[in-house]
Design a protein around this ligand. Structure first.
Ligand SMILES: Nc1nc2c(ncn2[C@@H]2O[C@H](COP(=O)(O)OP(=O)(O)OP(=O)(O)O)[C@@H](O)[C@H]2O)c(=O)[nH]1
Ligand SMILES: [Mg+2]
Length: 401
């Protein structure tokens, strides 16, 4: 008898364990794959201080509920809209955007050492002879500041050091800070524009060559917007790569943003068009359109990008065309920038992978090249590693304050 009871208990426990495993493996399958090494969906992504954390979360929830049940007429005839996974309650709570650059300043360590500390060390030499000025020039060129800006900076520093006569490390730091800021420009409008029209959402298109970080940036930007209380629709206009739309959708699902997508190999312009249409239909605040990476040397592909933009503009003007450049590719980025600017009139630059390079000076060079401000910088693969670009915070991070 005892044996029978024991056997029943063991059997029950075994069933419990097995069903637990099944459920948890099912759960795992439902979770979209993480776009980066950070953990997915489990709420909240990062431990956050009590009350502040609550507000955006409420708003995110509201977004997914609205998005989950659009009015019948809002659904486009084509099957381009994939509704989200059944109202997963666990949405990420993105970090607030204010002060991100300050928080992520340590990620600029490589540029910090080469550019900031390197320059300060050189300027602090007792004897600022020709050789030293040449070394200063080399340091700037190595950090990808570019030839013309480098010459300007060195000339102005030389002049000011000469006039100053005696110089303390504090004075030199202040001089360098001022001159770097002058080169970066402090009066550009660096806000990413997403106001849109009266009846239309803000529309932002993200362009750039392969692998620069377009999709990642689009996903991170969606989080920034959601954190600011805006509702977002994503347009997966990259139909070249099979996984591209999934990658974008995964980002969207984490914050409750719907992704409009089409068949692989489909027409990117019509997906982009449908995404804005969907944004209008559901009264979204912002539509972000991710495009396929393309070689800037391939005329046909570049023409296609121009077409995507023109088709989207049938709904109304674009608020932003963001060019994503990989900071580690240095001067090659400038060549890309020039070609893209000709085809789609860039309104802002996103410099990604600044965390992995000593070439932070590219910020100066690329702005100079396009006459368009750097608006965002990517400082890592984490979901909230995208920061609004602030010249003061950037320079302070480089040379220490
Ligand atoms: N370290 C670092 N990695 C980044 C950053 N931004 C993007 N990445 C990584 O760069 C790789 C490419 O990113 P994607 O967003 O897929 O690039 P893409 O431009 O969309 O690529 P295609 O769609 O193939 O053209 C990914 O592994 C990202 O995690 C950044 O700021 N820092
Ligand atoms: Mg992509």
């Amino acid at each position: 008898m005892e044996f029978v009871i024991l056997a029943v208990v063991i059997a029950l426990v075994a069933v419990g364990v097995i069903s637990g495993l099944v459920v948890s493996s099912r759960k795992k399958k439902q979770l979209p794959p993480a776009p980066s090494s950070t953990p997915t969906i489990t709420p909240p992504a990062e431990p956050r201080a009590g009350e502040e954390a609550e507000t955006p979360r409420e708003e995110s929830r509201r977004t997914i509920e609205e998005a989950g049940a659009p009015p019948a007429e809002a659904v486009p005839e084509t099957e381009t809209v994939e509704p989200e996974a059944p109202a997963a309650p666990a949405l990420d709570v993105p970090e607030p955007t204010a002060g991100r650059l300050v928080r992520l300043r340590a990620r600029l360590a490589r540029s910090q050492n080469t550019l900031g500390k390197g320059l300060l060390a050189l300027l602090s030499r007792d004897n600022l002879d020709e050789d030293t000025w040449e070394e200063i020039e080399d340091t700037l060129l190595t950090a990808d500041v570019g030839v013309a800006p480098t010459q300007e900076l060195v000339e102005r520093l030389r002049e000011r050091v000469r006039v100053l006569g005696t110089r303390t490390p504090e004075e030199l730091r202040a001089l360098l800070r001022e001159e770097l800021l002058t080169l970066l420009g402090t009066d550009f409008d660096r806000a990413v524009k997403t106001e849109g029209g009266l009846e239309t959402p803000g529309v932002v298109m993200v362009v750039g060559v392969n692998g620069t970080g377009k999709t990642t940036t689009t996903g991170k930007l969606a989080r920034v917007l959601v954190a600011d209380g805006r509702s977002v629709v994503l347009g997966a206009a990259d139909t070249f790569r099979a996984a591209a739309a999934d990658q974008l959708q995964t980002w969207g699902e984490r914050v409750g943003a719907r992704t409009v997508r089409g068949p692989e190999g489909g027409d990117p312009a019509s997906i982009a068009f449908d995404a804005v249409k969907e944004g209008i239909a559901e009264g979204a605040d912002v539509v972000l359109i991710d495009t396929a990476g393309r070689l800037h040397t391939k005329t046909g592909l570049m023409d296609e990008l121009g077409k995507v933009k023109r088709v989207v503009e049938k709904h109304g003007p674009l608020d932003e065309v963001l060019l994503v450049l990989d900071a580690t590719t240095g001067q090659n980025g400038l060549v890309q920038a020039r070609v893209f600017a000709e085809v789609v009139a860039i309104t802002g630059i996103v410099l990604t992978k600044l965390d992995g390079t000593a070439k932070g000076g590219i910020v100066i060079a690329v702005q100079r090249e396009l006459g368009v401000p750097v608006k965002l910088v990517g400082l890592g693969e984490g979901p909230d590693d995208l920061a609004p670009f602030e010249p003061e915070a950037f320079v302070d991070a480089l040379i220490g304050d």
